[in-house]
Ligand binder design. Structure first.
Ligand code: 28F
Length: 640
């Protein structure tokens, strides 16, 4: 440390040192998720400029060396001396924690960012970072290395057009911190960029991947904002009304925009955001809008005599069947709650959301009776199915349908009473059941066979679902019940493991099961109870050595390690299905907790499965044709 550091520098270094010592405190993890979080921090500063109305073009470039560049055409970070820190604002933003526009009223009305740890954290966790600022016809430049040490003072390195303004930042994540990976994932960035473009109508965001041989370049610009977002979310569904309902309004400095459209499916998609932050766990903005929508539909149904006075009013679930809705709230001082800060807590927003949205939606229904009628009819059908499902549940309970007794023949339960060690393997077919029952640990591992393809939950409501034998055995085994009686506390296993064959058929069954779980047992996935087993696809034997491998790639990699003479005496047999495996093989490769590799299913996998399911099994033919066209090359025998 050279002698000219003074007290201020110490404070700066301590700030960034703290970040390097405990990066997880600032970005959650140093896994791929944390790596991509660095990008969001930088992009959010550019988006803040866009939300303030000064920027309408952002470019993101993944460079060949896996550094990443973000460019905006905003005002450019001020280059003068910051009155509080005595150094330039540029250096302040990149070396002092929380120094950006997000804290201490840095001139922004609303600001996004995943709770804005700020750009200085990105600097601290980067091997190097450089900033270019364009304004006043000058190009200002500053570079940092080793997590925030200035290499050069902020200096003017060039002239530029007087009308060119903006900020360009390039950073290279530090591999000593991001040990798992420093490779950016194009699709992760693409999904986030698309979401930000939907949420900021008119903002053009260009994403370019310079690493690939065939360069990838995509532009996202949605002048329709949330309306286009709902259209995109409904792209694989059949909507029941053409116009996408769109309302917006502002009260006491809080802005609420809603876009919604119903489709003819039985599930719903509801997204909500505050200052571009996805509030996964909802909050007062979402509650205000949801409750108001339920009230408005009930009011319209009663006033238009579509609902008789003695009819049951619609529940929230009834009016949300087939609903796709996006809520975007802009708030100057949002309070986020919950472990993952995914919930908006500001209590005043509930009433604001209700007032702002309520006026608009009631006016829309009065001005569009045909749409309102279709929505009420949809809610009516949902309401009747709910009541029928309730009756079916009560009926089946009295006949012992949903309890364990008469399902017992199917479920080979385990003996342990400790739910934390109990596991349920869902296997496909009786032959797999045979091998699994022999290979399992009967104390902790239960086996439930599912015959053939479970019903297409895409087209069925709960009442029909409940009449299906396979589905009922699943619900019984889980113990949680289903629908509005679902209670995760009653779950009878800690792990639900989908163990299907390693082939395309098995993958199809797994997709069906995943979709069923996603639609009717989403909390089981969200709480990390659902896994996919990974049975081997090949058994390679030479001499006394037996090696199981998961797929073609592992087979090739393993064969490469064998000496030439051994390879000649090697035989490889492709595992037909779990039923053909002998029990010991199945146990050591797929079931034994000390040797198996399970894939934990996260909600994104389930959403993808659900989307795939809608395309493959939904009513819309066009998305299916498009999917096959795009994927036919790498799908051997797609049996729809
Ligand atoms: C590629 C990433 O970081 N863009 C940014 C600005 C603009 C201003 C600003 C940023 C105000 C006082 C904190 C300019 N003129 N893109 C970016 N564009 N920060 S970051 O101000 C910094 C804050 O200290 C800006 C007038 N007001 C604000």
């Amino acid at each position: 440390m050279n002698e000219h550091y003074n007290e201020k520098d110490i404070q700066i270094l301590e700030g960034l040192e703290a970040v390097k010592k405990r990066p997880g405190m600032y970005i959650g993890t140093t896994s791929s998720k944390g790596l991509h979080h660095l990008i969001w921090e930088i992009i959010d500063n550019a988006i803040d400029e866009a939300m303030a109305g000064y920027c309408d073009d952002i470019e993101i470039i993944i460079n060949k060396d896996n550094s990443l560049t973000v460019k905006d055409d905003g005002r450019g970070i001020p280059t003068g001396i910051h009155e509080k820190t005595g150094i330039s604002t540029v250096e302040t933003v990149y070396t002092i924690l929380h120094a950006g526009g997000k804290f201490g009223g840095g001139g922004y009305k609303v600001s996004g960012g995943l709770h804005g740890v700020g750009a200085s954290v990105v600097n601290a966790l980067s091997s190097w970072l450089e900033v270019y600022v364009y304004h006043n016809s000058k190009v200002h430049y500053m570079k940092f290395e080793n997590g925030g040490d200035p290499v050069t003072p902020l200096s003017i390195i060039d002239e530029c057009d007087s009308n060119r303004t903006g900020t360009t930042v390039t950073f290279k994540p530090n591999p000593d911190i991001f040990k798992e990976t420093t490779i950016f994932d194009y699709d992760i960035i693409k999904n986030k960029v698309r979401e930000l473009a939907f949420l900021n109508k008119g903002l053009r965001i260009l994403l370019l991947d310079d690493r690939e041989i065939e360069k990838k370049k995509e532009e996202f610009l949605y002048n329709g904002g949330l309306v286009e977002y709902v259209k995109y979310l409904n792209r694989n569904n059949q909507s029941i009304h053409d116009v996408i309902i769109n309302t917006e309004g502002e009260k006491d400095g809080v802005f609420i925009e809603v876009a919604l459209q119903y489709n003819n499916s039985y599930n719903n998609t509801l997204l909500s955001f505050v200052n571009n932050i996805n509030t996964h766990d909802g909050g007062t903005h979402e509650e205000g809008v949801r409750n108001t929508l339920t009230r408005a539909i009930n009011n319209y149904a009663k006033n238009s005599k579509l609902l008789k006075d003695n009819d049951d009013t619609f529940t929230g679930d009834d009016v949300r069947e087939g609903l796709v809705m996006v809520i975007s709230c802009k708030h100057p001082d949002p309070q986020f709650e919950g472990q993952t800060k995914g919930r908006l807590g500001n209590i005043e927003v509930r009433k604001i959301a209700s007032d702002v949205f309520g006026q608009e939606i009631e006016r829309f229904f009065l001005e569009n009776p045909d749409v309102a009628k279709k929505i009420v009819e949809k809610s009516m059908l949902a309401s009747r199915a709910r009541i029928a499902a309730k009756k079916a549940r009560e009926l089946s309970r009295t006949k012992g349908g949903l309890d364990l007794t008469n399902q017992w023949g199917k479920l080979a339960d385990c003996s342990s009473k400790d739910p934390f060690e109990r596991e349920l393997f869902i296997v496909e077919g009786d032959s797999a059941m045979g091998s699994a029952k022999l290979g399992r640990n009967p104390k902790t591992q239960a086996i439930l066979p599912i015959k053939g393809k479970i019903i297409n939950v895409e087209k069925s409501r709960l009442d029909k679902i409940l009449s299906n034998e396979e589905i009922r055995s699943l619900i019984t085994a889980f113990g949680t019940s289903i629908g509005d009686e679902f209670d995760i506390a009653k779950l009878r296993y800690n792990k639900i493991i989908l163990m299907t064959d390693a082939d395309v058929d098995g993958a199809h069954i797994r997709t069906l099961l995943l979709t069923f779980l996603y639609r009717f047992f989403k909390p089981l996935i969200e709480n990390g109870h659902v896994y996919a087993a990974q049975p081997p696809l090949f058994k390679i034997t030479h001499g006394k050595t037996v090696k199981y491998v998961l797929n073609d790639q592992e087979k090739d990699d393993y064969l490469e390690t064998l000496p030439e003479d051994i390879r000649k005496k090697t035989n490889i047999n492709r595992q037909k299905g779990l039923g053909e495996m002998d029990a010991i093989d199945l146990r050591v490769t797929t079931m034994d907790i000390n040797q198996r590799i399970l894939l934990k299913i996260n909600i994104d996998d389930a959403i993808l499965a659900d989307e795939m399911f809608t395309i493959l099994m939904g009513e819309e033919v066009e998305p299916r044709r498009k999917f096959i066209e795009e994927n036919a090359l790498n799908v051997k025998n797609l049996d729809i």
